[in-house]
Design a protein around this ligand. Structure first.
Ligand SMILES: [Zn+2]
Length: 389
């Protein structure tokens, strides 16, 4: 099915500007055998741009795929770099809105790590809503409860001083309908603060980060398009900012008092369209450069591994898997070790595996972890060439 009208603002001035063929439809699903990894369905990603609101989405996305009930591994908290970042960010948010002894609802809470953190730091109570929630990953905490379901209007009855939604909106195809549900779950008098986080498409477009475009992410937001979606649903944007090397985009919002107020970080629809056209032109050059490098490694018989599992590695390997030069993917999440990477048939290894494998080159899927990875390699007395995305 082709989604012609914009799923965010329902406008009809949409235009396809880029296509990736045959991407594995899932990237962080738990896969236990090589056969299941290789037989994972592949479908095209057809990026369309909405000239009304600037929303970018996969216009050929198959909304019938069940992404989340078969096991989902997306915890980031095993990295010290990430833990430091998320703790400082959460403390800042708590200070800003005095989120202490409050009730938090988190839509798409994953394994509950963030809810546990914000409850711990501000002595808050929390309800996490996520069909992919897994019991037993967190230390027992009677301030927290979890509902294994999708968010609906009835969840508005839960006490909610804050509604958190991190790294979830980009997985939702019908973003306009979803924000309408969030809006309708609240009363007009509500003082609830919304705290949402998504990857920023601006960074992806500007740095030709093709590995950040994968099937599970059907929706891509910029500061401008995200704010326009919130305003269309009668929310006022309180603040908007980029974090983590500008990879993550945050929005804080609430019931509208000044509905038309714009934030300085918002770019115009035309500016985003120029970036999108530029991306479409230059990304194939970037793909060629990587292919050349990997081919060189292959010819001289070097051992190459990817460090960093999950979506980025699937997004990266999708393009180079056929070269058969990358033999292993390493990740520090112990729940990934031994599982298979969707689509490629490769298996996740723990970092300790490298001690014996002695790689000649390590491709780091997120440059922000370079220092952390480099010191782990040093401790193992390894000195491979590092390439960071
Ligand atoms: Zn639109």
């Amino acid at each position: 099915m082709i989604h012609v009208n914009c799923p965010s603002c329902y406008g009809s001035k949409t235009e396809v500007f880029f296509r990736f063929e045959k991407a594995p439809v899932q990237s962080v699903v738990v896969i236990k055998s090589k056969e299941d990894s290789l037989s994972l369905p592949r479908k095209d990603i057809t990026l369309a741009f909405c000239h009304d609101c600037g929303f970018i989405y996969n216009s050929s996305f198959d909304t019938d795929i069940d992404m989340y009930t078969g096991g989902y591994e997306d915890q980031q908290g095993f990295s010290p770099t990430f833990r430091k970042f998320i703790t400082s960010l959460t403390s800042r948010f708590i200070e800003k809105y005095n989120v202490r002894n409050k009730d938090i609802v988190e839509i798409g809470c994953g394994k509950g790590d963030f809810l546990a953190l914000i409850s711990e730091l501000g002595n808050n109570r929390g309800t996490g809503i996520d069909p992919a929630y897994v019991e037993g990953r967190l230390a027992p905490d009677n301030r927290l409860k979890f509902l294994k379901e999708f968010y609906t209007e009835k969840h508005g009855e839960l006490p909610n001083d804050v509604i958190v939604c991190r790294h979830t909106l980009e997985h939702i195809h019908a973003t306009g309908a979803f924000m309408n549900t969030v809006r309708n779950s609240l009363t007009p008098e509500s003082r609830t603060v919304l705290f949402f986080e998504v990857p920023s498409i601006v960074r992806i477009l500007k740095s030709n980060a093709f590995w950040d475009i994968f099937y599970e992410h059907c929706s891509y937001f910029s500061p401008g398009s995200l704010s326009r979606l919130f305003r269309k649903n009668n929310f006022e944007v309180f603040d908007l900012y980029l974090e983590y090397d500008e990879q993550y985009l945050f929005i804080e919002a609430g019931m509208s008092v000044s509905p038309e107020k714009k934030h300085p970080l918002e770019e115009s629809v035309d500016e985003l369209w120029s970036m999108s056209k530029q991306f479409a032109e230059s990304v194939s050059k970037k793909l060629d450069e990587w292919e050349e490098l990997l081919n060189e490694y292959k010819i001289i018989g070097k051992k190459v591994v990817v460090w960093g599992g999950g979506s980025k590695s699937v997004g990266f390997l999708t393009h180079f898997d056929r070269l058969k030069v990358i033999k292993h993917v390493v990740d520090i999440n112990p729940h990934l070790t031994g599982n298979y990477i969707p689509g490629t048939g490769l298996r996740y290894k723990s970092p300790m595996f490298l001690k014996e494998f002695k790689p000649d080159a390590v491709i780091i899927m997120n440059g922000i972890y370079e220092q952390e990875i480099s010191s782990m390699l040093n401790e193992m007395e390894l000195n491979p060439r590092l390439h960071s995305l």
